[in-house]
Write a protein that binds this ligand. Structure first.
Ligand code: HEC
Length: 210
């Protein structure tokens, strides 16, 4: 008799488990897309990033004198869905965020297209921006992957780190170019001080020109 009770209690527990489980929060356990590293400190490139949340496509963006590459290029940005949900709630990125920038060669004449650019099958580069607070002294690190298998850790003296830290609107990321996120950051007051200052300086400059 006792044993039957234990069995019933156990089965109730098992059936009841999914209901008691806390709501998925962007923590380590509930993030199947958390970064995985290789033994030598590089990153296992997240092969399924094309199933993540799409943030933006930039075309031929440049931050200095234009380079003539002889072709146009798109950069497509994706983020793991757990981090995206975290951003919607807080206006900033939770630990274990991964953002992938995919550089894709543009085509211009193909099929029925006569004007403008479309994206081709040719990926020209992949870069990953990873937030891992316990692992990286600056909380974030960049990885680069040509072949899409391993992301090579980039050293912190590369200009990736300084440009992102100085000009990224939220937590070293370029949220000013991610249209579904900028408004949220404004509402939640998470824009970086440097970005806010840069924007107001630019607005002043625009006024003077008028
Ligand atoms: C001079 C400024 C600048 C430098 C240097 C720079 N980036 Fe960026 N990066 C940007 C901008 C602007 C975007 C937004 C792109 C868009 O909107 O399409 C961006 C976006 C990204 C993203 C998407 C996630 C995010 O953080 O917003 C990754 C990943 C990235 N860059 C990696 C790199 C790597 C790796 C390097 C160095 C090899 C680098 N970047 C150097 C300006 C810079």
């Amino acid at each position: 008799m006792k044993r039957a009770w234990i069995l019933i209690a156990l089965s109730v527990l098992v059936v009841g488990l999914p209901a008691v489980k806390p709501q998925a929060s962007p923590s380590n356990d509930s993030n199947p897309n958390a970064p995985i590293y290789t033994q030598d400190g590089n990153l296992k490139f997240p092969a399924n990033y094309r199933e993540w949340v799409y943030l933006t496509s930039g075309v031929d963006m440049s931050y200095g004198p234009a380079m003539n590459m002889g072709h146009s290029m798109f950069d497509n940005v994706f983020v793991n869905p757990e981090a995206y949900k975290g951003f919607l709630q807080t206006g900033t990125w939770p630990d274990k965020t991964m953002l992938v920038l995919e550089e894709r060669k543009a085509g211009s004449k193909g099929s029925i297209n006569k004007n403008g650019h479309f994206q081709t099958g040719e990926v020209m580069g992949r870069e990953v921006h990873v937030k891992d607070e316990a692992r990286f002294p600056g909380k974030w690190a960049f990885f680069s992957s040509d072949e899409g298998v391993t992301g090579k850790l980039l050293p912190t003296d590369m200009d990736c780190y300084s440009c992102h830290a100085q000009h990224g609107a939220v937590d070293t990321t370029f949220v000013q170019f991610y249209p579904t996120l900028l408004e949220i950051a404004k509402k939640k007051n998470t824009l970086s001080a440097a970005y806010v200052k840069e924007e107001s300086r630019q607005a002043d400059g625009d006024k003077k020109k008028q």
